[in-house]
Design a protein around this ligand. Structure first.
Ligand code: SF4
Length: 315
């Protein structure tokens, strides 16, 4: 798989302040991305990647298509230059559902954008409103349809544990997202960051964050739905960084969040398997062994408590 070179455009183009977002913390930088910086990032990537690895440039971190068009064009002029020189294969961007229309999409296509990551977050309008997203589920449905029609790959980002979310609203979101047939999804359980409205709500007792264990259960529900619909899940949980490790103050942040969610999914599978077959020694593919056994052998211990002497072995 080709590498992705992230170019963070922090907190740019956002018409509102989503309650959970401190994009500057996530993006790890505080200034506006300039074309010169973007060029430097791409040059550096080109210099260190092995010959033949032609990466994709990715404008992440804000709402790319909502920043002033001149700024988009300045940055895209840089990626155009690298594309023309054969130094990048294509471009991907992340943006908001209400910052997509036909004209924007044809402009993106002219600049070699082949993947758009859309921050859907929830498909429940009350939850979206609580999160102060400034868009509705209908915006996401419309944008997703336009992106697919334009022949651009669609990745939908979802969250679990926003204010007002329940296990049911999160499942509902996953079902609606699956119905949009994206090429992939990301699942981010909510982590509370300082300097956000969510932090203030948490401090004032108005918001109860998800704990890691509950997040794993809710994310496993989402994984089950996406798996059933054959939709690839490309990420569960925020990418752990030293900065996030020292910044997140509450909520469902764990460096192995994905493993915990997949572990929960495996626990359910194994329970069903034992109940249906009565087998106590279960073979799994070697690459799935650690997820089947669970983080810190959690699944094995729970299964043994429930069913007695269970063994999970690599096939
Ligand atoms: S979540 Fe996205 S749209 Fe909302 S404030 Fe952060 S960067 Fe902007």
């Amino acid at each position: 798989m080709a590498s992705i070179v992230p170019i963070f455009v922090p907190h740019a183009g956002c018409p509102c302040q989503c309650v959970f977002c401190n994009q500057r913390t996530i993006a790890g930088q505080k200034q506006r991305m300039t074309p010169a910086q973007a060029r430097e990032i791409l040059q550096h990537a080109h210099a260190i990647l092995p010959a033949g690895n032609i990466p994709q440039a990715a404008f992440y971190g804000g709402s790319f298509t909502a920043i002033p068009v001149e700024q988009q064009e300045e940055l895209l002029a840089v990626t155009d230059e690298f594309f023309a020189a054969g130094k990048i294969s294509s471009v991907r961007i992340s943006t908001r559902p209400d910052a997509i229309d036909e004209e924007i999409l044809s402009r993106m296509k002219r600049h070699h954008v082949t993947v758009i990551e859309l921050g859907a977050q929830s498909m429940d309008d009350t939850v979206l409103q609580n999160a102060r997203r400034g868009h509705t589920a209908a915006n996401t449905e419309r944008a997703a349809a336009l992106i697919r029609r334009a022949g651009i790959s669609l990745i939908l980002q979802t969250m679990a544990g926003l204010p007002g979310d329940t296990r049911e609203t999160v499942r509902y979101t996953a079902q609606c997202i699956a119905a949009l047939k994206p090429d992939g999804v990301r699942i981010y359980p909510v982590a509370v960051l300082p300097n956000t409205p969510l932090y203030d709500d948490w401090q004032a007792g108005r918001y109860q964050p998800l704990d890691v264990e509950t997040a794993a259960v809710w994310c496993a529900d989402m994984l089950e739905i996406f798996e059933r619909e054959h939709i690839p899940v490309i990420r569960v949980g925020l990418n752990p960084t030293e900065e996030l490790d020292s910044t997140v103050v509450a909520g469902a942040y764990h460096p192995a969040m994905g493993e915990l969610a997949y572990g929960e999914l495996w626990y359910r599978r194994l329970c069903r398997h034992i109940q249906m077959t009565g087998e106590r020694t279960i073979s799994v593919a070697p690459r799935e062994l650690s997820r089947a056994i669970g983080h810190k052998k959690r699944n094995l211990l729970r299964l043994r408590e429930q069913f007695g002497a269970v063994h999970i072995v690599a096939q």
